[in-house]
Design a protein around this ligand. Structure first.
Ligand SMILES: [Zn+2]
Length: 475
């Protein structure tokens, strides 16, 4: 029997507005406990929310970037539930009239580009945070209460953990590009829930399991793989899964049931009576559309056309806004777009991966990087040496010219100096000359190697090659 996995995602992104969704409190992360809150954001009786216009703009920007329709009319609703980190016992959210609907995003899969549907994007406010102490008490911090969020709900169009990861990465890149969220998963500004079920070839299918609050893409991928296996096993045993809400236990590598959906939530949504229905004009939407920056997809196409780099490389470079900016700046300074992208695709990305860092965390900037490339382009150092210089720059933050000077790495380009070494090496290796005359090409490589060694790797390789060929053909 074959099984198909259906994965849908719900992503919460905190918006980068300066003030909260319905009051003027700061949205800044951290701060002393319960200092970023007021009677409105903790919902004391008699307070009135006022909606943050910037938050609506951000939601529209996200919707336009994900090819959504923007509603001409939308409203806020109360979603009622009692939870200690939500002191007013309801959350202002959007129920049946979300601000954005019916969009899509394209992801790269093994079998090509795939469109993933986006059902809706709606606005809501964040909850506070509870902290459970070892002595059994619970502490509550309401600083996050009322921070504006968008929730992006995909259609169950992804068929594997890999596709879900591609979707999350694409979405994260888009939100980063349009600057509506800082997408820091470790600070909770991007959080994701995963819905998984499987369908067998004969039409039987499992009930959807919802895994809540995954705080990394890796955890989301692992949870999807775990759930897929669990659901297939159930169907193979002639059983089904329960429709339930689960959480991912990263230590044990399993999902655990939290509560059964049946009694979960009857949220009794109703329109928020303290806020009027919003009308969104076509002019406003067009104004926002015009201000959208170049998105990753467009940037990728431009990089391929303008710089002549491979589509794959361009895709990797534009996946981070900062890396794309770093690349463009380096190219504009050093001039060699292919050398820059090759270097980024190998040395730079390897370094970022090893140290689990972003390009902005590196102790050098795009000017230093461009200078390093310039030394390769003008022949001061070889490509191989450039890798060593780069490693030193990444470890110590030293300028490339300083590393080259300190390590005496300057390439020998003076032809007479190289010729001297070539002559010596040839006279010391009569056997190789014999081999070369007998048509063994390997002998040439050996001689080049000996010259490079004798020059401590500093002789310009092209010159060495040319001189050896000259000498040998004259023998
Ligand atoms: Zn407030």
């Amino acid at each position: 029997m074959n099984y198909r996995t259906l994965v849908g995602l719900e992503i919460h992104a905190e918006l980068l507005t300066e003030s909260k969704m319905f009051c003027t409190c700061s949205t800044e992360f951290g701060g002393d406990v319960n200092t970023h809150c007021c009677p409105i954001c903790i919902g004391l009786p008699g307070t009135l929310p006022v909606i943050n216009k910037r938050a609506i703009e951000f939601a529209i920007m996200a919707g336009l970037s994900a090819n959504c329709k923007i509603a001409k009319k939308c409203k806020m609703d109360r979603k009622n539930y009692f939870y200690p980190d939500l002191p007013k016992a309801y959350q202002i959210s959007q129920y049946d009239m979300p601000i954005c609907t019916d969009g899509y995003m394209e992801i790269e899969t093994e079998s090509g580009v795939k469109k993933i549907g986006i059902e809706r994007i709606h606005m809501e406010e964040d909850t506070g945070k509870s902290l459970h102490t070892e002595d059994g008490s619970s502490l509550l911090n309401y600083n996050r209460c009322g921070v504006p969020l968008i929730e992006i709900v995909s259609r169950p169009d992804m068929a594997s953990a890999a596709e879900a990861t591609a979707f999350l990465e694409k979405l994260k890149a888009i939100l980063e590009y349009i600057e509506v969220s800082d997408v820091k998963m470790e600070q909770g500004s991007l959080r994701c829930d995963v819905n998984v079920n499987v369908v067998a070839d004969d039409g039987r299918k499992t009930e959807i399991a919802e895994i809540k609050n995954l705080n990394s893409f890796k955890a989301a991928a692992k949870a999807i793989e775990y759930e897929t296996a669990r659901h297939i096993e159930a169907l193979e045993d002639g059983e089904n899964t329960l429709k339930d809400t689960r959480r991912w236990d990263d230590v044990k590598g399993v999902t655990v049931s939290m509560r059964s959906k049946e009694y979960a939530n009857d949220y009794r949504y109703f329109p928020e009576p303290d806020l009027v229905e919003m009308e969104i004009s076509e002019e406003w939407i067009e104004l926002i559309r015009k201000e959208l920056p170049e998105l990753p997809e467009a940037k990728k196409e431009r990089f391929v056309k303008l710089y002549g780099i491979p589509v794959y490389d361009a895709g990797v470079i534009v996946s981070s806004k900062a890396l794309a900016a770093f690349y463009e700046d380096a190219v504009s300074r050093a001039g060699d777009a292919k050398l820059a992208s090759n270097f980024i695709m190998t040395e730079v990305l390897r370094r970022l991966k090893e140290t689990d860092a972003n390009i902005t965390d590196m102790p050098f900037n795009s000017t230093d990087f461009a200078n390093l490339l310039k030394f390769v382009i003008d022949g001061t150092i070889s490509n191989n040496m450039a890798k060593k210089v780069f490693r030193e720059m990444a470890e110590t933050g030293k300028k490339p010219e300083k590393v080259i000077e300190e390590k005496g790495m300057k390439q020998i380009t003076d032809e007479s100096a190289i010729e001297e070494i070539v002559v010596r090496v040839i006279s010391e290796n009569p056997q190789s000359i014999e081999d070369y005359k007998n048509g063994k090409d390997r002998a040439l490589g050996f001689l080049v190697g000996q010259v490079m060694k004798a020059s401590k790797g500093k002789a310009a390789p092209q010159t060495v090659n040319r001189l050896i060929r000259d000498k040998l053909s004259n023998l």
